[in-house]
Design a protein around this ligand. Structure first.
Ligand SMILES: Cc1cc2nc3c(=O)[nH]c(=O)nc-3n(C[C@H](O)[C@H](O)[C@H](O)COP(=O)(O)OP(=O)(O)OC[C@H]3O[C@@H](n4cnc5c(N)ncnc54)[C@H](O)[C@@H]3O)c2cc1C
Length: 404
């Protein structure tokens, strides 16, 4: 009898990880990817020797993605950005974070102590703004600092972001993040090589435009013909999944950012990380931490929230290095990137309100908008584990080792 066959729509990190997990269980796998390149949002573009993410990327050291990659034998090579070299941007000027005084830092301590002692799940129903205001008890400097820290950790400036997400990300960031040498496409390349070598078929430029599922199996129609299988994993980002499921998902808002990605000749004396205190922005010189630029050159990412215009991001750069325009090798503005397809709010109860990965007996969902655990790429990793566990069990195989 042939092995059960699983179709996967989308070959970003979620689709590729799902393929590897399903192959572990002896299932046959075909990946159908809309684009020519693999990797989705985890792509890193090579420009004249520079490696440019589409917006900055930090892998949480204690998160589900790193744990799963390592368990699957994928090398994760990166470095932790140091705390020194972090500054604030206020009124267009670069100033020390928390003022120049030790007193600024001490005044933050009571709020930080409460934050580390609180369980994220306990504040899932709270909007982050009101909750942070309570924790900082009128200390405007501590509030502004924590708001900026939440923005960088969540890629979100919304008042009603669930405090569960904000606190979970802050606690995760305190355990450290990694900037990866060569960028996240190193992960994509390794995963693609591995699943191909194990027999998975990867079909590119094959956008799935129709899904049929029933008791006997699934059928997908793509630009390259129709595919039949025993089950399907939709790992294709929320808008595409919503279309394929005929609008059956409950409505949800995405979290969006605008990014300016820069390849710059030479270096400057500006700080490595600049947190916008009076404006929702941040700037990061990723190449000072990881191997992403030729020696002596720089890769810089600037982020603004909720559709920040290019001019707002350039103002941050002007404060960081007034001569940056003379150094440009390549610059790219990416407006309104979806950092997650479902922004978990306090009003809806946090992460638990996201779609279940187990959509139907033969249809599983994977992505950073799915399931009750993990945010951003860690949500994708958690949902891939849950979805593959469920498929393997349904197709009468042993459950995945180590799956929740
Ligand atoms: C600016 C920015 C910064 C980020 N920073 C971080 C960070 O620091 N840390 C972190 O953990 N996460 C971060 N993220 C989030 C992280 O990049 C994503 O969570 C993760 O890459 C999502 O992977 P995925 O496979 O679930 O989805 P995607 O990467 O969106 O992959 C979906 C794939 O499906 C394909 N597809 C779409 N429609 C179809 C169709 N109809 N048929 C076939 N294929 C289809 C797409 O082409 C794509 O390849 C960031 C995201 C952004 C935008």
């Amino acid at each position: 009898m042939p092995n059960p066959h699983v179709l996967i729509a989308g070959a970003g990190l979620g689709g590729l990880l799902s393929a590897d997990l399903l192959l572990d269980r002896g299932l046959d796998v075909t990946l159908l990817e809309r684009s020519a390149p693999l990797g989705g949002l985890a792509q890193t573009d090579e420009q004249a020797g520079f490696s440019l993410h589409r917006g900055p990327r930090a892998l949480y050291r204690g998160g589900a993605l790193r744990r799963l990659l390592l368990a699957q034998g994928i090398e994760v090579r990166g470095h932790v950005p140091p705390n020194r070299g972090v500054c604030a941007s206020r009124g267009g000027d670069i100033v020390p974070l928390l003022g120049a005084t030790k007193g600024g830092r001490w005044r933050l301590l009571p709020a930080l102590t409460t934050l580390w002692r609180t369980s994220p799940a306990a504040v899932a129903h709270r909007g982050v703004s009101g909750w942070l205001a309570e924790q900082t008890r009128g200390n405007a400097e501590a509030l502004a600092f924590l708001q900026a820290a939440v923005r960088i950790a969540t890629y979100c400036a919304a008042d009603d972001l669930s405090a569960e997400v904000a606190l979970g990300q802050l606690q995760g960031a305190a355990r450290g993040v990694l900037y990866l040498d060569g960028g996240w496409s190193r992960l994509v390349e390794q995963l693609a090589r591995k699943v191909r070598a194990r027999g998975a078929r990867i079909v590119t430029e094959a956008a799935v435009h129709k899904l049929e599922h029933g008791p006997d199996g699934v059928r997908l129609e793509t630009a390259r013909g129709a595919y039949e299988g025993d089950a399907v994993v939709l790992a294709c980002a929320r808008p595409a999944a919503q279309t394929l499921l005929d609008g059956a998902l409950a409505p949800a808002e995405p979290a969006q950012v605008s990014c300016l990605d820069l390849a710059l000749r030479g270096t400057c004396r500006g700080p490595t990380l600049v947190l916008g205190i009076d404006a929702p922005t941040y700037l990061s010189v990723h190449s000072r931490v990881a191997a992403l630029a030729p020696a002596g050159d720089e890769v810089v990412h600037v982020v603004g929230y909720d559709g920040a215009p290019r001019a707002a991001l350039e103002r941050v750069l002007d404060g960081w290095d007034p001569a940056w325009r003379d150094r440009v090798v390549h610059v790219r503005y990416l407006p309104r990137m979806n950092v997650t397809g479902h922004l978990p709010t306090g009003a809806e109860g946090g992460l638990a309100a996201r779609a279940s990965s187990d959509f139907a007996p033969r249809v599983q969902l994977v992505g950073d908008w799915v399931g009750p655990e993990g945010y951003l790429a860690d949500g994708t990793a958690h949902s891939a584990e849950a979805a593959c566990h469920c498929i393997a069990a349904r197709l009468h195989r042993a459950p995945l080792a180590g799956a929740a």
